[in-house]
Design a protein around this ligand. Structure first.
Ligand code: GLN
Ligand code: ZN
Length: 751
């Protein structure tokens, strides 16, 4: 059998793209140097995949910021306000991705959204009535030719037209249906050019097909693909789906005039049964996604070969291609960079590079390879902690409920905390400046003592508190200088986790995260954040908010175990964080924020599965964390992105006292929905976008707050940025927060 890697990490083996881009943004290197770095990365990726022996390798899986945005630029779908800046093409692209503030103007970035159920974020293209779809770019062609010059005949990877249209925001009167034909024809133009350049295969990524689709969606898909498949200029099309099964549109997809169809056998619960029940056309190739593109555990060859056998009962073996379940973008580059992780752990893992070898092993599985692989799946003894399992088993129904009720608590807290109307606060982290990162890394490398490390952080906390007092914020934070990352930090302090050094995964733009790995049963060894919060509190008379990450987010941003359920793992973590909450409270911290930034992220892509497969245990697990605190202790939570309009009752059911969330990049529709649903929790809809270095003016913030006030009760409204400030510079942070406090004061005067 042949093998296919659906896409490869583009950030570079050692995050070269991140470092070069950030230097370019700061004006420290010229465009040329950034382009050179990018070319080196692409070259390395192609050669790595070729040397591993993979048959089908993608070109054009590279991007400077995001593949959806690339597609928009390729087809001239660029809002006028970015074109009006009159910048170079690359700079216009970055202006749309990150916002622009400079001599040529001042515009916000396009909104960003989670890419399906991953922690990757794409840029939402915007379609104006004046937009004319037209093939204007040649990135796919250039990258195809570049790979060919290395002696590798690649499949050219493209975001598929259906998924692209479904993810695009139409801001004028036109709708997806109105422009579908133009877009499909523009793909056709691209095919002409690709074919002219010598390309033979394109991979059209259509992950949107795994969502719930209605009749109109299916119509739209058919309309687009009618045109696409009649204009393929001799190219062979791989219609690639991932992140689930395509139960709503299976028949239509297999009937398409394409060469290959890629299906996900890892997350697609029904993929195998669809295949068996509905069959698969004899003349087509199946790219069987059996190597998990999202998790880092070694593939269980015996289980996989069972699946492949079942597939082979429907599709003849010469028509099966062994593939990854999705792009390998979602796993780290290589295990080879892990020098500290002991071999007995490492042997259980496969990152992107190692997954290439799995593809090759599986496409030609020998008894010997199979036997060696089987040894890895015997029980991992040090993963079991009976005490933890017993504690989870002993959780009682009442442990999931906090008393007294929200309304009673709200009154008690208003009285006790004495905060002004529209209290101002931040989401937790302050800029992670070079000295902050150096302190942590020096400590990690043993170059400074624990005392020196702690002293430095205390100095930072004291400065941060002084700054917040000076700015006039109402609820202060300690600044999170001890944390590399909101999940990894907790992982490091919990038993049952293992860590990596370089296992970075792209989150958005140039930002990467390093998810820790849940290895076994999880528990808390000792208090984690208490000393930092206590110290911060000792620096001020104002309330200081303790800062924790919630169990759902910790698990969602870790690589989870595959030998126990997600539910079981989340409950173990919830109990560990519960201990931390109670310790903070016992130490006088009476406002505690438990971030659930990633709660929405793992919502099943299909609505029908939302509660039964996720929310029914995720929400109670959150309550388990805080149900033990006193009425006067105020529990905050924070979620990135306000895309929870459809699960508002579930969010209210988290029973937090305050929730802060992103609302600055998207419009304020969420607030209407909160009102309609009689949302009881107090809210802090972020008033400015922290993903961009742009400083919002007082007027702009007052304007934003006035709009928010039209939709929210004054007594429930908090004022805050939309997320943590750790990625921002100090100067812009101080300016922005100063304006934020000013804006809050100004609206207080209007009441
Ligand atoms: N408390 C975290 C911070 O401020 C929250 C980050 C997040 O939501 N992603 O950085
Ligand atoms: Zn956030």
């Amino acid at each position: 059998m042949k093998s296919s890697s659906v896409g490869f990490p583009r950030i570079g083996r050692n995050r070269e793209l991140k470092f070069a881009s950030e230097k370019f943004f700061k004006g420290e290197i010229p465009e040329r140097e950034l382009l050179d770095t990018a070319r080196e990365i692409r070259k390395c990726n192609i050669v790595t995949q070729k040397n591993a022996g993979v048959d089908l390798i993608s070109s054009n899986d590279f991007s400077f910021y995001d593949g959806v945005l690339d597609t928009a630029f390729l087809f001239n779908i660029v809002p006028q306000r970015y074109q009006d800046l009159d910048l170079s093409l690359l700079e216009t692209y970055f202006a749309a991705a990150r916002g622009y503030q400079g001599e040529k103007g001042n515009v916000k970035a396009l909104p960003m959204k989670k890419w399906f159920n991953t922690n990757y974020h794409y840029i939402v293209p915007e379609f104006e009535d004046s937009t004319t779809i037209e093939l204007v770019g040649n990135k796919p062609i250039e990258e195809y030719l570049e790979a060919r010059a290395l002696g590798v005949e690649t499949k050219v990877q493209l975001v598929g037209p259906f998924t692209f249209l479904k993810l695009t925001k139409f801001v004028g009167t036109k709708r997806a249906e109105d422009v579908a034909e133009d877009l499909a024809k523009a793909y056709g133009k691209l095919f002409v050019e690709l074919s002219g350049a010598g390309a033979t295969k394109v991979q059209l990524d259509e992950p949107y097909l795994v969502r719930d689709l209605d009749a109109a969606d299916i119509e739209l898909f058919k309309k687009i693909y009618d045109i696409v498949t009649t204009n393929k200029s001799g190219l062979k099309i791989i219609l690639q789906t991932y992140f689930g099964d395509i139960r709503d549109i299976y028949e239509e997809v297999v009937a398409l005039d394409v060469e290959s169809i890629g299906l996900d056998f890892i997350e697609g619960r029904k993929t195998l049964s669809l295949l068996k029940e509905k069959g698969f056309p004899k003349d087509k190739i199946l790219v069987a996604g059996v190597v998990n593109g999202k998790n880092i555990w070694k593939n269980n060859y015996s289980k996989t070969s069972e699946i492949v056998k079942e597939i082979a009962s429907v599709v003849s073996e010469d028509r099966i291609v062994i593939g990854t379940s999705c792009s390998l973008l979602h796993v780290p580059y290589t295990l080879e960079s892990e020098t500290k992780l002991p071999e007995e752990y490492k042997k259980h893992f496969a990152f992107a590079e190692e997954k290439l070898l799995e593809l090759c092993d599986l496409s030609n599985l020998t008894d010997d390879v199979l036997a060696k692989n089987q040894v890895l799946f015997e029980r991992r003894p040090d993963s079991v902690d009976e005490k933890v399992q017993a504690r989870v088993a002993a959780i009682k129904e009442e442990d999931y409920t906090r008393l007294p009720s929200f309304e009673e608590r709200e009154a008690i807290q208003k009285e006790k905390l004495g905060l002004p109307l529209f209290p101002t606060t931040t989401i937790g982290s302050f800029p992670q400046t070079a000295d902050v990162r150096k302190n942590r890394s020096d400590f990690r490398k043993g170059q400074i003592s624990k005392d020196e490390y702690v002293e430095f952080n205390k100095k930072k906390i004291a400065e941060c508190i002084r700054l917040q007092e000076e700015l006039g914020l109402d609820v202060l934070v300690h600044g999170e200088f001890e944390r590399n990352d909101m999940v990894e930090y907790f992982g490091e302090h919990l038993s049952g986790y293992v860590f990596t050094e370089k296992a970075w995964v792209l989150s958005y733009g140039t930002r990467c995260v390093k998810p820790p790995i849940v290895w076994g049963d999880v528990s808390r060894r000792e208090p984690i954040t208490v000393e930092w919060s206590k110290y911060a509190k000792s620096c001020t008379d104002k309330p200081v908010k303790g800062m924790l990450t919630g169990p759902v987010t910790i698990l969602n941003w870790s690589f989870p175990r595959e030998d126990i359920s997600i539910e079981e793992s989340i409950k173990q973590i919830a109990l560990a964080i519960r201990d931390e909450v109670l310790d903070l409270e016992a130490n006088g911290i009476n406002i505690i924020q438990i971030d659930e930034a990633a709660l929405r992220e793992k919502l099943p892509l299909r609505k029908s599965d939302w509660y039964s497969e996720y929310l029914d245990f995720a929400i109670p697990s959150f309550r388990l964390v805080h149900s033990g605190v006193k009425a006067e202790t105020q529990i905050h939570t924070h979620m990135c992105y306000s895309e929870f309009t459809d699960i508002i009752p579930a969010i209210d059911n988290m029973d937090a006292d305050v929730i802060t969330f992103e609302a600055s990049r998207s419009d304020l529709q969420i607030l209407d929905a909160l009102k309609e649903n009689h949302f009881k929790t107090e809210v802090g809809p972020g008033v400015y976008d922290i993903h961009s270095p742009r400083v919002p003016s007082v007027d702009e913030l007052v304007g934003q707050l006035s709009k928010i006030r039209e939709k929210t009760e004054d007594k429930k409204l908090w004022v805050n940025p939309d997320c943590g400030l750790k990625t921002r510079g100090e100067e812009e942070t101080v300016k922005s927060l100063r304006n934020l406090v000013e804006a809050a004061k100004s609206i207080r005067e209007q009441v």
